[in-house]
Design a protein around this ligand. Structure first.
Ligand SMILES: O=C(O)CCC(=O)C(=O)O
Ligand SMILES: [Fe+2]
Length: 248
């Protein structure tokens, strides 16, 4: 990460969260949000039981390889991917952002706790569109070596779960140890409750906490689309050769 970018990013570092996570509210404008939502191909969705998703430019193969005949589409690269690269978080990544998973959640839908895993360089950049949600992050190493320490206390007690509000148009970055050592998920509820400075890790960084605060710490779920940008480590150019567009 180059130093000037580091300085920009440090203002958005989420304190009291696994190291290192960043939250930037209003990372894109309302017009940019609307343009992206209009550009998402309506025919590429794959429906799962609790959400629908699509992968661009392609789904990974069984060996976690990206085989694609085209790069990410222009409506994602301009302005979003370029703006994320400008932050410097992908400076150490082998290719830079080459993949985007698009998830759509209706009110009451979520995603089970999981890790994004070793197929990707350990940085996930999530841009949220439409509705507000709450991401839960838990240290997955909990329980390892959880033995009484002699005084009857458990050395590695109950894992702490951190909650992060993701507002529409925001960017959330999960990097380093936070990427490798935690599980993240979204509860399948129609409303998030008890949202306040003590229970939300990124409360101070929110763009608009007034609506939640005046609403008694509640946030109703609306349809939300997330764009998760990553660098897939294994890339094959076979796709471009098959389609006759080999560029090496
Ligand atoms: O929708 C989100 O913010 C999280 C999505 C996610 O965890 C994933 O795509 O791996
Ligand atoms: Fe994930």
């Amino acid at each position: 990460m180059i130093e000037s970018s580091n300085r920009i990013l440090s203002g958005y570092c989420i304190e009291h969260a696994p190291s290192a996570m960043y939250y930037i509210p209003n990372f894109i404008t309302g017009e940019e949000e609307a343009a992206i939502m209009r550009s998402i191909p309506p025919t590429r969705w794959v429906s799962l039981s609790n959400r629908r998703l699509q992968a661009l430019p392609a789904r990974l193969t069984a060996t976690n390889t990206l085989v694609a005949s085209t790069p990410l589409p222009a409506w994602l690269t301009e302005p979003v991917v370029g703006r994320i690269h400008d932050l410097g978080v992908f400076a150490d990544a082998p290719h830079g952002i080459n993949h985007c998973l698009i998830n759509e959640y209706l009110p009451g839908q979520g995603i089970m706790p999981h890790e994004d895993g070793p197929a990707y360089h350990p940085v996930t950049a999530t841009v949220s569109l439409g509705g507000t949600t709450v991401l839960s992050v838990t240290d997955k190493r909990h329980g390892e070596g959880a033995e009484p320490n002699g005084s009857g206390e458990v050395a590695n007690p109950e894992p702490k779960t951190y909650r992060f509000i993701q507002e529409p148009r925001s960017l959330l970055l999960i990097t380093g140890a936070a990427y490798r050592d935690t599980l993240h998920g979204i509860a399948d509820v129609t409303e998030d409750v008890d949202l306040r400075t003590e229970t939300v890790a990124n409360w101070k960084l929110l763009g608009d906490k007034s609506a939640i605060a005046t609403g008694g710490g509640r946030s109703e779920r609306r349809t939300r689309i997330s764009l998760t940008f990553r660098d897939v480590k294994k890339v094959s150019s076979i796709g471009s050769k098959i389609f006759g567009k080999a560029k090496g």
